[in-house]
Unconditional design. Structure first.
Length: 95
């Protein structure tokens, strides 16, 4: 299994509505082939080091992650995240 974690720090002018819509679109990716589990949520701690949204996806293997990255349903959601965010971090590791 491969764990894919992404955190989004939204631009200051990103509305609460836009953030919620982004999380909703991320959540809808749970039906893509190769996704074993998907969790997405809004940060509740709000510390200075916190990001605004966290995404955790468990894939069956590296090939599933690679296919997900190019999936036509994922690409526009990824582009939306880039347009809304001032910073995005990611980590992928075997579990």
């Amino acid at each position: 299994m491969l764990l894919h974690i992404v955190c989004f720090k939204y631009k200051r002018d990103t509305s609460d509505t836009a953030q919620a819509q982004h999380r909703e679109r991320l959540g809808a990716l749970s039906t893509l082939d190769g996704v074993v589990d998907l969790k997405v949520g809004e940060d509740v701690v709000r510390s200075p080091r916190s990001y605004d949204t966290g995404l955790m996806i468990m894939f069956r293997d590296r090939a599933a992650l690679d296919a997900y990255q190019k999936d036509p349903q994922h690409v526009p959601v990824a582009q939306l995240g880039v347009s809304l965010s001032e910073h995005i971090v990611a980590v992928d590791f075997q579990i």
